[in-house]
Write a protein that binds this ligand. Structure first.
Ligand code: SF4
Length: 344
């Protein structure tokens, strides 16, 4: 791979770079709950939550606080039952994350009696812990030398080194992780990494960064930051329809489907049917949402208009209305069902 000619220039000034970044973070760093602790468990929870969810959502909508109230220690999480676990994660999506988080907790409790290992190879042996999370734990929990590269850090580094190749392929990631390791401050690991991430969130933002406020502008080599980082073309999205029924029995109970499969097992939703089965039913509601590369239009039909009463299929259950909202559901179904229950 063609490296920028100023690679050495950036790296030789790394001591000054670290100093400028850490000084800025000391003065301007934001106060998040996971930054007030050195305990690895709440730090791990925050890292996993923030993998696919914005800080504003995790904090503003109370996900982080509620999860730690429900599972205040790693032992509580290790013994969590499926239903309350999914419920505590509801609204965050990607439920595989929370199941894996429980696997991590179980492994730590089983092998270490509730204490995390601190060295990198031992951390990487834990289920669900990759190099990013291992680095984050070492930096933020124990202030140990680490390499921590998330999307924000990738962007900052690509601009700093004027890296015009693709950042999110194997070669690009290898190069940026290598630079991240060489730049990282081994003395102030916690402050340095929090500072680099926050720089990416607030100053070196996607699109047009605020270079005039940047504490490390003097080290930055790009002349065209808005063009960086270069990423692989996105997979095209596909529009699909999902057809679901709103159906009550004579006791007012609602028919729900309990999902199986690895990714969504244990989540509840309205029963779905093929388009042909519902073609003649009145359409009650629609709800649009995106999942991976699909744009989904959820169409909900009035099952009361079925000519024959519908027998519940496998994994479909009649649930009393008062119990429905206590179940863990994918967010689009929760919104639709909530509207029906409120009579909207
Ligand atoms: S000078 Fe601008 S592009 Fe460079 S790191 Fe700072 S904010 Fe990012």
């Amino acid at each position: 791979m063609l490296k920028p000619r100023w690679e050495n220039e950036v790296l030789t000034s790394r001591v000054e770079f670290r100093r400028a970044l850490v000084a800025w973070f000391r003065d301007h760093g934001r106060d998040y709950p996971w930054r007030r602790t050195h305990e690895p468990y709440p730090i791990l929870v925050s890292e996993v939550m923030l993998q696919q969810t914005q800080i504003a959502t995790v904090l503003g909508r109370g996900f982080y606080t509620r999860f730690l109230e429900r599972f205040p220690s790693i032992e509580h999480l290790a013994t969590a039952e499926e239903e309350p676990l999914l419920k505590a994660w509801e609204g965050l999506g990607y439920y595989r994350r929370v199941r894996m988080l429980r696997e991590t907790a179980r492994a730590v409790v089983a092998a270490q009696g509730g204490g995390f290992p601190q060295d990198l190879p031992a951390l990487l042996k834990l289920p669900g812990i990759g190099r990013y999370t291992a680095g984050a734990l070492r930096a933020f929990a124990w202030d140990l030398p680490a390499v921590v590269v998330d999307g924000n850090v990738l962007r900052v580094l690509a601009r700093l080194f004027d890296f015009t190749a693709t950042v999110d392929d194997t070669a690009g990631l290898k190069q940026l992780w290598a630079w991240a390791g060489e730049l990282a401050d081994p003395e102030n690991s916690r402050l340095y990494h929090a500072g680099l991430m926050e720089l990416g969130q607030r100053i070196c933002r996607p699109g047009l960064p605020d270079c005039l406020s940047c504490p490390v502008a003097g080290f930055c080599k790009t002349q065209l930051p808005s063009a960086l980082p270069v990423k692989k073309p996105k997979a095209t999205t596909t529009a699909v329809d999902e057809h679901a029924l709103w159906l009550k029995d004579s006791q007012g109970r609602i028919l729900l489907h309990r999902e199986g499969g690895k990714r969504r097992e244990g989540l509840w939703k309205l029963p779905t049917r093929d388009a042909g089965d519902v073609a003649k039913l009145p359409l009650l509601e629609t709800e649009d949402y995106s999942i991976t590369r699909y744009r989904v239009c959820l169409r909900v039909y009035d099952g009361a208009s079925l000519a024959q009463p519908l027998p519940a299929a496998l994994d479909e259950y009649w649930i009393a209305p008062d119990d429905v909202m206590a179940l863990a559901m994918p967010a689009p179904f929760r919104r639709v069902i909530g509207r029906f229950l409120e009579g909207k």
